[in-house]
Write a protein that binds this ligand. Structure first.
Ligand SMILES: O=C(O)C1=C[C@@H](O)[C@H](O)C=C1
Ligand SMILES: CC(=O)C(=O)O
Length: 345
């Protein structure tokens, strides 16, 4: 069964998602959010990706991506991957250098080559964690904007649809990234009418706009009974294309949560031919990125109220955010509750 389980190690939030899905036949990958970062490796038949994302061991956790069938692993260029019959997990690491544009373009081109070669062309979720994300690189361009240049050029050259994504700071150096991709036709990308699509942002935010959708809906896999999933991108206090409430973390949190609400409304999902009632969606895992550590208690109180399901796993990460005037960003994974009469598991 394809699912994720947040195995919280020594954290206050403990909500093992395994209880929500039948135990998988194996593990595709373990992504370790901790005090240490390095490139991906293969261990025990799965991908291991440590990312330096926590200031202390007390906040460490592992995001485990499980498989429904036997797992095949391999390497391609700078990438390490694992897949079952339905899903591909892939990860990579680009060391810090004077600028990321060329290396990001190369890495993303390799991603698209690999997903096509292995038969998993529908990317449905990507994560990019950049050290010193808001700092200028050696040519004076902000590190994030430089990364966006290379990524956008790879998407344009390969003509790939843009999936849900996160682009946030890390506490280490370099660029750690990982992604999930599915069989042809499994992904529907979703936008929020209250926000300009990120890939259409004006040049004031960088020479090339960020390449991601606001969310991606993953249809139920063929025959293995997998739950339908909605992957929600890192969402911030942006309306249209402009940051709202600069300096006010409470108001920014409110707008970010409102954006998520609008994004997953039945009306907006219906506009994308995804017919799910809001009440049938349950949040499985949430990651909240908070720039200032002193803001975490307030942000946690607002998120706990919004994601009020005891079983929702919520992790708070004190890291920088892709736009320097943003103080908080929220991403989520939701699944569709069992409907009357049959099980969606
Ligand atoms: O660049 C991204 O992929 C990205 C940046 C942020 O806006 C947010 O984390 C979502 C995606
Ligand atoms: C910056 C950000 O979070 C966005 O583009 O949605």
């Amino acid at each position: 069964m394809f699912h994720i389980s947040d195995r919280m190690t020594d954290t206050t939030v403990a909500s093992l998602l395994e209880g929500r899905d039948a135990a998988g036949a194996g593990v595709l990958a373990n992504v370790r959010f901790g005090t240490y970062g390095a490139g991906p490796t293969l261990a025990g038949g799965a991908v291991e990706l440590p990312i330096h994302m926590t200031h202390g061991r007390q906040h460490e956790f592992t995001e485990t991506w499980s498989a429904a069938q036997a797992v095949t692993t391999g390497r391609y260029e700078e990438l390490v991957y694992a897949h079952d019959d339905e899903r591909l997990f892939c990860a990579g690491y680009i060391p810090a250098s004077g600028g990321y544009a060329r290396d990001a373009e190369r890495a993303y081109s390799h991603i698209f080559e690999l997903t096509d070669q292995l038969g998993f062309p529908d990317l449905f979720r990507m994560w990019n964690y950049l050290g010193s994300i808001n700092d200028p690189n050696e040519s004076g361009m902000e590190t994030y904007r430089d990364f966006c240049v290379g990524r956008a050029e790879a998407f344009a050259f390969h003509g790939k649809d843009m999936p849900a994504a996160t682009g946030a700071g890390s506490l280490g150096d370099g660029l750690s990234f990982y992604l999930l991709s599915g069989r042809m036709g499994s992904a529907t990308h979703i936008e929020n009418p209250h926000q300009v699509p990120a890939y259409r942002y004006p040049v004031r935010y960088g020479p090339k706009a960020p390449s991601f959708a606001r969310a991606t809906y993953l249809a139920q896999a063929g025959g293995n009974g997998e739950s339908q999933r909605l992957f929600i991108s890192g969402t911030a206090s942006i309306i249209g294309h402009e940051t709202q409430h600069v300096g006010d973390v409470e108001a920014q949190c409110y707008v970010a949560l409102s954006n998520i609400d609008q994004l997953i409304s039945a009306a907006n999902l219906e506009r994308h031919d995804v017919r799910i009632k809001r009440d049938d969606l349950r949040f499985d895992a949430v990651k909240v990125y908070v720039r200032r550590s002193t803001d975490i208690p307030l942000v946690a109180s607002r998120c706990a109220r919004y994601f009020d399901d005891r079983e929702t796993s919520i992790a708070y990460l004190n890291v920088d955010i892709c736009r320097s005037d943003l103080l908080v960003e929220i991403e989520a994974i939701a699944s569709v509750r069992a409907q009357q009469g049959y099980t969606v598991e």
